[in-house]
Design a protein around this ligand. Structure first.
Ligand code: HEM
Length: 530
């Protein structure tokens, strides 16, 4: 009532006497509803010609994730072909599910599609945004060039003794656990220790036996790692993340304002994520600051190498301001731990369930030389061809990163469809890896399909298997992680054999995060070899 009186007096002032208030209210309401509808549907409208299933208002196709689980995109590719839409809430993704089109997006048309889209879990986490993964255009290429220069093969080769000593120490845990171990937990600790040393020159001391008791600063380290694990596992791609992440899926425009408010309200998940990310940032800044002050640095770790480059080159100094330096260093921990650990656990799980593969693998490992002969980086690359096949097949079978996010930076034609600037184009290596055209009987674990002499391998499209991505934006850590995984498998199989623990579910259950993870872990029993 009071509002209508007020409105009338305002209207009278402007000479609008006699205008129907109801009509104005109705027009405003219709305008508002249309505005919201346009906001929600505009992104879908721009790519409407690309085929895809009907999407639900607000949630898009997220409900299909619940229905089909990890196979959702393979299912849709069968129905809609090699390029189709999948809506994450309001945001349509154009999914690329053929090897030839992946090559087109990742290599041939790279200059039109050079960056990654930033999904809502990352948009709500400033900590994750300034690493190489999400930086864009010229900043990205300058950062990548500097980072690649510290990934020389000689640098990797120098890391073999460091990796080996962590592996040997972690393997001692196996002796203590007669009833079996949760291998995926041990491998995450090992991978975190290795990357902690390689990236920061810091010994987290997580994987050595009795780590919690021995480590001088165990409480602080455990706290840091727990924060890291929490921060990473909260980057959910479904509707179970923090409120601001879920809102980011539905209405991105509201995500940042809500995050700013919610992070100040104790008890909310946004508040917890923010506190934890702050804690990680502070700890990282401290590590970076301490390293920067050191006169004599251990030049084997990534951070020291970048700091040295910064001291000698003005351009690098300008590029790596402290926030970017902390972010790329943290990114190493993030990218280097969960991915490598998941892949290592997959290898151990799959070999443990396939005695015929185990037999061939043991023959190759035993044939390399005496049990205490540590392979060099070159040996690892050239002298373990069957191990290579086992790792590739394990990565195909359980692909840690089944999606690769990219975004068009101008209008570009892909697969016969014109995609406007700003379209999210996501490659689907997970679909390619399970496509029977590329991999006959995809549900069978057959390392021999990667034998360079076999017909299946010869006939396969060269980009049908891209676990590390492709083109100028491919993974920088590929050689690093393969070196670590091979050294670990060789060391473990020289001493032990493994079987599935009877306590483990079958088939293995997986969960979606920013990378794939094992829901209940990989549990194995261990037997010492005679
Ligand atoms: C088994 C282990 C790993 C897998 C499966 C993996 C997978 C991937 C994939 C699929 C991409 C996206 C590539 C693309 O867009 O084409 C990527 C990018 C990246 N990875 Fe890895 N990765 C692994 C280990 C590592 C390690 C150990 C590090 C660091 C030492 C690392 C650092 C990065 C970085 C920084 C990028 C972004 C590159 C850029 O945008 O220029 N990754 N990784």
């Amino acid at each position: 009532m009071a509002v209508s009186v007020l409105l009338r007096s305002v209207m009278a002032r402007f000479g609008l006497v006699g205008v129907d208030l109801f009509a104005i209210g109705f027009t405003l309401l219709v305008g508002l509803v249309m505005g919201v509808a346009m906001y929600l549907y505009a992104p879908s409208w721009r790519v409407r010609r690309v085929p895809g299933p009907p999407s639900l208002p607000l949630v898009g196709h997220v409900h299909l994730l619940a229905k089909y689980g990890p196979d959702v995109l393979s299912h849709l590719a069968n129905q809609y072909g090699p390029i189709f839409r999948f809506h994450l809430g309001r945001q349509p993704l154009v999914i690329i599910a053929s090897a030839e089109l992946c090559k087109e997006v990742g290599i041939k048309k790279f200059k039109d599609i050079p960056n990654r889209s930033i999904p809502s879990p990352i948009a709500s986490s400033p900590l994750h945004q300034k690493g190489l993964f999400f930086t864009k255009n010229s900043r990205w290429s300058s950062m990548r060039n500097t980072i690649l220069s510290v990934y020389q093969p000689s640098h990797l080769a120098n890391l073999v003794p460091t990796m080996q000593s962590y592996i040997q120490s972690a393997a001692q845990n196996l002796e203590a656990e007669k009833d079996g171990i949760i291998f995926s937990q041990l491998s995450l600790k090992l991978a975190t220790d290795v990357i902690g040393q390689a990236a920061f020159g810091v010994d987290f001391g997580l994987s050595s036996p009795g780590a919690a008791i021995n480590s001088k600063n165990s409480a602080e380290v455990t706290d840091f790692i727990n924060k890291h694990v929490y921060s990473t596992t909260q980057l959910k791609m479904d509707l179970s993340g923090s409120f601001s992440i879920v809102l980011g899926l539905l209405a991105p425009i509201l995500q940042e304002p809500f995050r700013q408010v919610l992070k100040r309200i104790p008890g909310t998940m946004d508040n917890k994520v923010d506190r934890i990310n702050q804690g990680i940032s502070n700890r990282l800044n401290q590590i970076v600051e301490n390293r920067a002050k050191e006169k004599l640095r251990d030049s084997k770790n990534f951070l020291s190498l970048i700091l040295e480059a910064m001291e000698s080159e003005k351009a690098t100094r300008k590029l790596f301001t402290s926030d970017y330096l902390s972010a790329v260093t943290y990114e190493h921990l993030l990218a280097g731990s969960a991915t490598t650990s998941f892949t290592l656990s997959s290898v151990m799980y799959l070999v443990a369930g396939h005695p015929e593969v185990e037999k061939k693998l043991l023959a190759e490992i035993d044939g390399f030389g005496p049990p205490d002969l540590i392979p060099t980086a070159q040996d690892l690359q050239n002298n373990f061809p069957y191990l290579d096949q086992v790792i590739k097949e394990s990565m195909r079978y359980y692909l840690v990163s089944p999606m690769i996010a990219r975004e068009t930076s101008r209008d570009v034609e892909v697969g016969g469809y014109m995609l406007p600037k700003g379209t999210w184009v996501w490659l689907a290596p997970g679909v390619l890896a399970k496509d029977p055209k590329n991999f006959p009987e995809p549900e069978k674990f057959k390392p021999e399909r990667f034998d360079p002499d076999c017909e299946e391998q010869k006939n396969r499209h060269p980009y049908a298997f891209i676990p590390f991505g492709l083109g100028p934006r491919a993974c920088i850590g590929q050689k690093f992680s393969l070196q670590e995984i091979k050294l670990t498998v060789i060391h473990l199989y020289r001493k032990y054999v493994f079987r599935h623990s009877p306590e483990m579910e079958s088939p293995l259950e997986l969960e979606f995060g920013i990378v794939l993870n094992y829901k209940h872990g990989v549990k194995l029993t261990v037997t010492r070899r005679q």
